[in-house]
Design a protein around this ligand. Sequence first.
Ligand code: TYM
Length: 339
Amino acid sequence: MRIVSGIQPTGNLHLGNYLGAIRNWVRMQDEWSAKGGECLYFLADLHAISMPHTPADLGANTREMVAALVSCGIDPDKSILFNQAQVPAHAEMQWLLNGTARMGWLNRMTQWKDKAGKNREGASVALFTYPVLQAADVLLYQATHVPVGEDQKQHLELARDIAQKFNNDFCAEDAPLFTLPDPIIPPEAARIMSLRDGSAKMSKSDPSDMSRINLTDDADAIMQKVKKAKTDPEPLPGTVEGLAGRPEASNLVGIYAAMAGISAAQVLAQFEGQGFGQFKPALGEVLVESLAPMAARYRELREDRAALDAILAKGAEKARALAAPTLNRTYDALGLVRG
Ligand code: TYM
């Protein structure tokens, strides 16, 4: 049992990250570490350089993301929390897997198509090969389970394809090197959408801050964003089927359900026939109530740079030790001679 997942330290942790991934990280940490399973959670700082970035911001964002994760419940004594840059095995493993990954596979990645847009010639090579680094991130540790939001499913499938091809090409049939990881996607919050556009996912890269709820938002900002969220003029239906064709309404009901720990059907049973004038303040309150304790912890933790660096150093040391055996076996399988 080994759980591995990552998050890019670009900007704030938002509600999509929290409900889609981080909440599951915490649940799995609490459940599995008690049973002797290991959880590795990392800041994907090497991934962050695939897009234009400001070096001074990357360091600050990395530390802030550590503070955010710990505030959400990641416990550095139960989980191994680190950043990729302190574990060179990630970059090494990516290079070793580059020989196995196919151009055609990477060309099909929707995130590459979305992020490169029409300017493929001007996109960085790192943006194109990013999914191979992501495969390296999990294969390096023989991950069995990878908790992520829906948008990372395709990258995980690619990791499985790379693992399978490598095992076929370079290992004896009865001694495969890589474990095929399973994605763990929360059904109730797989894809949290933008508050301004029900067809776009909530994202750090959306230029409008009104499109997302950040962990750092205070109560006023949360209430304001929910109040201004795009909706339609209809009242809420009594059943989930009644939300069909109403992406914004469906998103807000989904957020309420995920935050309150109930099903969308239960939310609708409670609010059937009510308009957004009534539903939005209730949603705002649920959000403020649940996020406020995390936000308070975050504001305290982010000030202690030495403590945050110590968490990363300790995590990286453990991660380096766990990565070494698989990395060595990969060099060997490829016939590379090393001293
Ligand atoms: P990133 O940093 O974009 O997002 C971190 C996690 O949050 C989830 N997520 C969402 N879930 C639901 N609704 C949303 N609107 C939403 N937005 C983000 C993501 O699915 C993700 O689980 N490539 C990854 C980081 C990564 C990684 C890995 C993940 C690097 N190596 C290895 C798993 C395993 C990324 O950019 O996630």
